[in-house]
Design a protein around this ligand. Structure first.
Ligand code: FES
Length: 142
């Protein structure tokens, strides 16, 4: 089968879908080539992600990636959420087809962008190298 059961599960029954009116941090990233857009909303308290929502206009793999990423960071300290990699997302989904791996990059980037937004809004200083620059499509092959 092309897609794992986990991918199908998170695609057909995505967790933490929606928008959050009073989010403390919002991250929006897009893939220019495919046009897919992912938005992550975070509720942060005491440096911990209390709640998270996502809205993704994108392919099934992007939706499954964002869904599982929200589960992976919910309840976690920001320092831990910042360590989320697209590789960890792919592993948690029991794999993605090679040409779909770039979709998981959006999830990592959206989470990081939301945390950066929170830091920026609250005047918290951070190490720039923690955050990716503009989305690098060469890197993900799209
Ligand atoms: Fe664009 Fe999956 S094809 S994110």
């Amino acid at each position: 089968m092309l897609y794992s059961e986990k991918v199908m599960d998170h695609f057909t029954n995505p967790r933490n879908v929606g928008i959050m009116e009073d989010a403390d941090g919002i991250g929006e990233v897009g893939n220019v080539k495919c046009g897919d857009i992912m938005k992550i909303f975070l509720k942060i308290n005491d440096n911990t992600i209390e709640d998270v929502r996502f809205s993704t206009f994108g392919c099934g793999s992007a939706i499954a990636s964002s869904s599982i990423a929200t589960e992976m960071i919910k309840g976690k300290p920001l320092s831990q959420a910042l360590e989320l990699t697209n590789k960890a997302v792919v592993e948690a989904l029991d794999g993605l087809p090679p040409h779909k791996v770039h979709c998981s990059v959006l999830a990592e980037e959206a989470v990081k962008a939301a945390i950066k937004d929170y830091y920026d809004k609250n005047g918290i200083t951070y190490d720039d190298s923690l955050f990716p620059k503009e989305h690098d499509c060469e890197h993900c092959g799209e």
